[in-house]
Design a protein around this ligand. Structure first.
Ligand SMILES: [Zn+2]
Length: 311
């Protein structure tokens, strides 16, 4: 899927000889983040000591992203590469190989408790028949704020390892940002607590909210699986529509990274109104409602709450 010719020409202009060292240079540390949410964490921890490149940008879908030659160049020059892991970034292995990066590639889900894939739990999971391999675990760990705090700690550790001179700064930044995450976590919990229990079942297009469900106690149903790569079959959609009717789902949402067609079809057939857009695997553009991770969590829970109270 990678355009080999593009890579070859990009690679020919890269020199891999310069090994970066903070003490020897006033230049910022070069950090590559695989997608926008990790980019936001990295900027909060790194501040102006880092020069950040984010591969999959706002509203982008990391599941199906195809890297460009420019991404290989960024990777090859990076001092630290930050990724989600758990097979979230399907493009990653090929890109690391193509770029021949010397940077440490740090998986930020290290230390979280990964949730197993639960494809058949909701009864609409003929996903095993699709023939796609999504890995054993749900990769969307960032949808729980307590996991986000682990990502932030892992970033601070990685930055300290690569740039010892900046370690105190990274640790202080991580601590200040973690306090903001704690405050947002309390807000989300309070918002969920204010939703009547029988109204806590909602629908999104792909299974991105397993960790949110686990941490905060809403139930999410989705016609597509854990990756956007496998399309829902007609049988999946029919089973979900039946389940929506049986379980009396309260609201249905589109996602910023997926095609709204399926959700609109389910809304049309069940009479549930589309309650707005949830940001699942990517932040919004800078002028959108979810341009930072904290704003994304705020936006998602307030969108959910508004749709349910309006239903
Ligand atoms: Zn996803």
């Amino acid at each position: 899927m990678l355009r080999k010719i593009g890579f070859a020409s990009a690679m020919s202009v890269i020199t891999l000889s310069s090994i970066w060292s903070a003490s020897a240079s006033a230049e910022p540390m070069k950090v590559v983040a695989s997608f926008s949410i990790i980019g936001d964490f990295a900027q909060n921890v790194g501040g102006d000591r880092i020069e950040l490149t984010t591969l999959v940008g706002s509203d982008g879908d990391a599941h199906v992203y195809e890297p460009s030659p420019a991404d290989a160049v960024s990777m090859s020059k990076a001092n630290v590469v930050l990724v989600n892991g758990l097979n979230f970034e399907g493009f990653l292995k090929r890109l690391v190989e193509a770029s021949a990066t010397k940077a440490s590639v740090v998986e930020l889900t290290k230390g979280i408790e990964p949730l197993k894939m639960q494809e058949d739990e909701h009864g609409h999971g003929e996903a095993s028949g699709h023939g796609h391999d999504h890995g054993e675990f749900d990769p969307h760990a960032f949808q729980s704020i307590s996991n986000a705090k682990v990502y932030v700690k892992n970033i601070a550790d990685a930055f300290c390892a690569a740039d010892a001179a900046g370690c105190d700064t990274y640790k202080a930044n991580a601590e200040a940002y973690t306090a903001k995450l704690d405050a947002e976590d309390a807000e989300v919990k309070a918002a969920v607590a204010s939703i009547p229990e029988e109204k806590r079942t909602i629908i999104t297009s792909h299974d991105a909210f397993g960790y949110f469900e686990h941490a905060y106690g809403l139930t999410f149903l989705a016609p597509e699986g854990i990756s956007t790569e496998a399309e829902a079959s007609a049988a999946d959609v029919a089973a979900l529509i039946k389940q929506v009717r049986d379980d009396k789902a309260s609201a249905i949402f589109v996602e910023n990274i997926t095609n709204p067609r399926l959700v609109e079809q389910i809304a049309g057939e069940t009479g549930i109104k589309v309650g707005g857009t949830l940001y699942s695997d990517a932040l919004s553009k800078a002028d959108g409602p979810a341009s930072t991770y904290i704003d994304m969590m705020k936006n998602n829970i307030s969108t959910i709450k508004a749709a349910i109270s309006g239903s």
